[in-house]
Design a protein around this ligand. Structure first.
Ligand SMILES: [Zn+2]
Ligand SMILES: [Zn+2]
Length: 409
């Protein structure tokens, strides 16, 4: 229990301002709860509260020492405010952008959380977002320092020469740079499932594509035609045999033969024919983890746009190893990938295709067998540094620098 320095009555839990205590009733007379517990962002608002509090205190004959403490309270609050370099007003919450000071209100206009945490899929998308944010900042009178800060923040999100990052929802991340690209095949990559889809999309008229009959459907149709309960084959057989005036005993002998051994032989043959035409899987070799490739490693790039299929892909091939599919480098993307990724794929393809074609023209002039062995050595080196990075032995910055060096960028 303390005594109120205004009304002199004892009060449970009075408000404390510096050296004085004020009971709840007296504190309410100067609108105290509003200015003591509300976060007042602007100097203008704070001054209004100050003026009103003092005039109410005077009207209610508050003692001088209480008025002094109210004044102290407000000057202390005012001293924590800083001038915003954008709107020019003095405000409570200030965000530093390089040397520039931006108030919370001005800062909220550029909605930084959204673009700061976003993973961009292409340089183009990032540039568009960057320009949009900078335009808003300029409109809001952000100083040059702050604009530079926004620009640098965007640039720090990307590695040098980066063009695209594609997550095709099939467990592989494709990163495209100006002079090389990388494919990171994660544990999410379901090689058996992909091999099945790959087989389907590679066969133009695959029944599964058009929801046509499956292998067992095909077998059942044949089974029905020759089945032990009758069926088309049996009917034809009966008709044919009747023409030849065979005895009913003879007919029974032939149809009985159909229902025993021959049926399963024919069913199996149908199954095999189906598998040959439409293999269940199209196998390919796939390395796990991140691999870095130079465009100069390849001459051929095949793109299968997803269209109505469940899977699309990019296939990189080298003229020397084209006959061995083990050397194919494959990047798969799935129909469940984000729409903008699916729409972006043809663009990514034509970008990479140009890079690969350019190489073809250049290397036609010279013998490139040397560079090829060099390239695999470079890739091995990059792999070693990636391991060091993953172990935490080197920083991301050191790794990027080393990678750039090795790739001669
Ligand atoms: Zn009081
Ligand atoms: Zn401001």
């Amino acid at each position: 229990m303390k005594r109120c320095d205004v009304c002199n009555k004892t009060s449970l839990l009075p408000e404390n301002l510096g050296k004085v205590n004020i009971c709840k009733i007296c504190f309410l007379k100067v609108n105290g709860p509003a200015w003591k517990y509300k976060k007042i962002e602007s100097m203008y608002e704070l001054e209004k509260y100050h003026e009103k509090a003092i005039s109410s205190a005077q009207k209610n004959d508050f003692p001088k020492q209480v008025i002094d403490e109210i004044n102290n309270y407000f000057s202390q609050k005012k001293s924590t405010m800083e001038r915003c370099d954008a709107c020019g007003e003095e405000r409570l919450t200030i965000i530093k952008m390089n040397e520039a000071k931006i108030c919370k209100k001005c800062y909220s206009k550029i909605e930084s959380k959204e673009w700061k945490n976003k993973n961009y899929t292409s340089r183009e998308q990032l540039d568009a977002e960057k320009n949009k944010i900078i335009q808003i900042a300029q409109k809001s009178n952000y100083p040059k320092e702050a604009i530079k800060f926004i620009n640098d923040t965007f640039e720090s999100k990307v590695e040098n020469n980066w063009m695209y990052t594609i997550d095709g929802n099939a467990g592989q991340i494709l990163k495209v740079y100006k002079d090389y690209f990388s494919i990171n095949t994660t544990n999410e990559f379901d090689i058996d499932g992909i091999a099945e889809e790959y087989a389907i999309i590679c066969s133009e008229d695959h029944p599964k594509k058009n929801n046509q009959f499956s292998k067992s459907d095909a077998q059942n149709i044949v089974k029905g035609m020759m089945g032990s309960t009758g069926g088309l084959v049996k009917d034809m057989l009966v008709a044919g045999i009747s023409k030849k005036s065979l005895t009913s005993k003879g007919i029974n002998a032939i149809t009985n033969k159909f229902t025993s051994g021959i049926e399963s032989t024919i069913i199996n043959a149908v199954g095999n024919a189906y598998d040959e035409t439409y293999p269940e899987k199209k196998d390919f070799k796939q390395h796990k983890g991140e691999r870095v490739y130079k465009y100069t490693d390849f001459e051929i790039l095949e793109f299968r746009d997803i269209g109505d299929d469940t899977l699309g892909y990019l296939k990189f091939q080298n003229q020397n190893t084209i006959k061995n599919s083990d050397y194919d480098v494959l990047y798969f993307y799935d129909c469940d990938a984000k729409d903008d990724i699916i729409k972006l794929m043809p663009k990514v393809y034509s970008y990479m295709k140009k890079k690969i074609n350019k190489k073809e023209k250049e290397t036609n002039k010279e013998n490139n067998s040397k560079t090829e062995t060099n390239n695999s050595a470079i890739i091995e080196d990059i792999k070693k540094f990636k391991e060091l990075l993953d172990m935490g032995a080197i920083t991301q910055e050191e790794y990027d620098k080393k990678k750039k060096q090795l790739l001669d960028l």
